[in-house]
Design a protein around this ligand. Structure first.
Ligand code: GLN
Length: 194
């Protein structure tokens, strides 16, 4: 689907989902909060927001969304994971909770809270492959991508650490693009699957 028929969903169980809904609104894109399988049936693309990855994963289970979401993702529904969302979508989580099992939607290994406890949050102007001007990236207890599989492209690094990467249907960011007023990373997401 394209144009006004496109329905973007934002998983709205926990975390920074309101900011994603708001940024899509400023872009003129219809975005719906996703809390149930009925909501999931209505959307063509989905964002998994930042927040607390362990809580998001628990709530996916308790709302019976984990399995249907995995199915949609394995059928190629485009997905954008930011911060905790990136952790949830990964293949392997380092420094995760023992019972934390990710959705394995993209072949990456992520480390939680990787920038150290002292540096809780920071902003950095980062160069992104495909963007002509740097992007103002806000990091909050951010994970990093320790390694990527062969079919994953790296789009940005900070201190030589991967912070933005993806493939044909998936985009994942260590930072929070929804917290800046810059819509370019959301535009990258919307171009997936076209
Ligand atoms: N540290 C959080 C986690 O592990 C992620 C932080 C965030 O999303 N801002 O889930």
């Amino acid at each position: 689907m394209a144009g006004s028929d496109l329905h973007v969903g934002v998983l709205a169980l926990q975390g920074a989902f309101e900011s994603h809904l708001k940024i899509f609104k400023t872009m003129g894109i219809k975005a719906l909060p996703v809390r149930s399988t009925q909501d999931l049936d209505r959307i063509d693309k989905i964002v998994i927001p930042g927040g607390e990855s362990t809580a998001i994963q628990m709530l996916l289970e308790s709302n019976s969304l984990r399995q249907p979401l995995r199915e949609r993702l394995s059928n190629g529904m485009p997905v954008f994971g930011t911060c905790a969302g990136m952790i949830v979508l990964s293949k392997v989580i380092l420094d995760g909770r023992d019972d934390q099992s990710p959705l394995n939607a993209i072949d990456i290994v992520v480390r939680r809270n990787a920038f150290g406890r002292q540096i809780d949050s920071f902003e950095s102007s980062i160069d992104v492959k495909g963007l002509s001007e740097p992007f103002p990236a806000i990091f909050i207890r951010a994970p990093i991508v320790e390694s990527v599989g062969d079919n994953v492209d790296v789009y940005a690094k900070v201190d030589d650490q991967i912070v933005l990467c993806g493939n044909a249907s998936t985009l994942v960011a260590s930072f929070h693009p929804e917290l800046s007023s810059d819509t370019r990373i959301h535009e990258m997401f919307l171009s997936l699957g076209k």
